[in-house]
Design a protein around this ligand. Structure first.
Ligand code: XUL
Ligand code: CO
Length: 442
């Protein structure tokens, strides 16, 4: 399909690496995609994606005011011509940023669709067009997802709705979008349970909703195998917003849910820093938990605002915070089918088309700097040796005996008493380690 609508960004050339001394705001200072870091190209470590919803769909509206952006590909009806223009803009932007992947919700890539029928057939057409653009540009799909939170029918959830008729519509959307993702060679399929939760327990049968959720998630997994989709099914943890309580609260909660429905190993997580902080965790904690439980999938990179604790989806420029997360991720082999999807938006006052570039360029360079810093830390700071030393006792006689199959509370307590064990604290050297992080920051 030829891109007859472009260019939407005529005065921007392909963004390229110019190095840290460049003062060109439309260049990368740190992201050199072919540079080898810990044995792998930067592009292959980071597998970055631009998201459809914040970048091309959103017109700048918020709950207090109308859109401020006036994008040239929008029109008030969001009719078919707007959907086609948006797609042209999306692939031009992605090509100019020189990033490999994109992500979408079904409703992002189609025109306004009056009925479930219309959505199905519009998605069919959009999938064909996306496939043609992928072919033409070499860009790839990191993941697709069905939007089960915007349409009024989903006010009380999709897979956890009290009304089976609504849930059947949700399942149809998931089936269609998973099929579309498969056809487009997507690397993952995401379920963000935005309205899978409740506003009040007074009208909510929590037991039934969670049981239904488990049953229908098992069907998603069955369908993935039926169609031969090789990517990962991902759940995106978030504790609340829009609902007062969401079932996919955090990675550990999802682990419990998956093990209850025998879905461990079949479903992984899509971790988002802004959601991590909303649940009272750090980004690094969520990554470490996912790695430790074998649940790591992908990352929606962004951050919130320290002042107010909302889901503000800002571009994450906090190199230290990302470095701490990468220190947990990289030793496990890094991202497999996952990537870093910019689930981030420019501020409502940043209404120029160039602001879309500045936002993403900043986000890309922060990831590249964090990757270089994390690699330096892993290579020089011997974090692993430090941990190994701290836990060395568990490899010695006492530790091994205590953990052996034959030991019991009595046997250990009796040994402690017989040997007059009198354990003493050893320094955790937190400040020393934190200084290592600062020294490695690029
Ligand atoms: C919402 C959020 C979504 C999901 C996809 O907070 O992060 O954009 O990533 O539905
Ligand atoms: Co997200």
């Amino acid at each position: 399909m030829s891109n007859t609508h472009a260019p939407f960004f005529p005065d921007v050339d392909r963004i390229s690496y110019e190095g840290p001394s460049s003062d060109n705001p439309l260049a990368y200072q740190h992201y050199a995609k072919d540079q080898i870091v810990l044995g792998k190209r930067m592009e292959d470590h980071l597998r970055m994606a631009v998201c459809y919803w914040h970048t091309y769909c959103w017109d700048g509206f918020d709950i207090f005011g109308a859109g401020t952006f006036g994008r040239p590909w929008h029109n008030p009806q969001n009719d078919r011509s707007a959907a086609d223009l948006k797609m042209a803009a999306a692939f031009e932007f992605l090509t100019k940023l020189d990033l490999p992947f994109y992500c979408f919700h079904d409703v992002d890539v189609v025109e306004a669709s009056e009925s479930p029928e219309a959505l199905s057939s519009n998605l069919e057409r959009a999938t064909e067009n996306l496939g043609a653009y992928q072919e033409q540009t070499g860009k790839r799909l990191l993941w697709g997802t069905a939007n089960l939170f915007s349409h009024p029918r989903y006010a009380a959830g999709g897979l956890t709705n009290p009304d089976p008729e609504v849930t059947a519509c949700a399942i149809r959307q998931i089936r269609d979008c998973l099929n579309a993702t498969h056809r487009l060679g997507g690397e993952n399929y995401v379920l963000w349970g935005g309205r899978e939760g409740y506003d009040t327990l007074l009208n909510t049968d929590l037991t039934r909703e969670l049981e239904n959720f488990g049953r229908f998630l098992s069907m998603v997994v069955e369908h993935k195998h039926k169609i031969g989709f090789k990517g990962k099914i991902l759940i995106e943890p978030k504790p609340h917003e829009p609902m007062y309580h969401q079932y996919d609260f955090d990675t550990a909660t999802i682990y419990g849910f998956l093990s209850r429905f025998d879905l461990l190993g079949e479903v992984h997580v899509n971790i988002e820093p802004n959601h991590s902080t909303l649940s009272g965790h750090s980004f690094a904690h969520e990554i470490a938990t996912a790695v430790s439980l074998g649940m790591m999938g992908s990352i929606d990179i962004n951050c919130g605002n320290y002042q107010n604790g909302w889901d503000t989806d800002q571009f994450n420029l906090d190199v230290r915070d990302i470095t701490l997360a990468l220190v947990e991720l990289l030793p496990s082999g890094g991202l497999d089918t996952g990537g870093f999807n910019f689930d981030a938006k420019v501020r409502r006052q940043s209404s120029d088309l160039h602001d879309l570039f500045y936002g993403h360029i900043g986000g890309v360079d922060a990831l590249a700097r964090a990757l270089l810093s994390a690699a330096d830390l892993i290579e020089r700071a011997n974090l692993k040796d430090n941990k190994d030393k701290r836990y060395a006792g568990w490899e010695g006689d006492l530790g091994k005996t205590m953990l052996s199959a034959s030991s019991s509370l009595d046997s250990i307590a009796n040994q402690a008493s017989a040997q007059k064990l009198d354990g003493r604290h050893t320094s955790g050297r937190q400040e020393y380690l934190e200084n290592m992080i600062n020294r490695s920051l690029v």
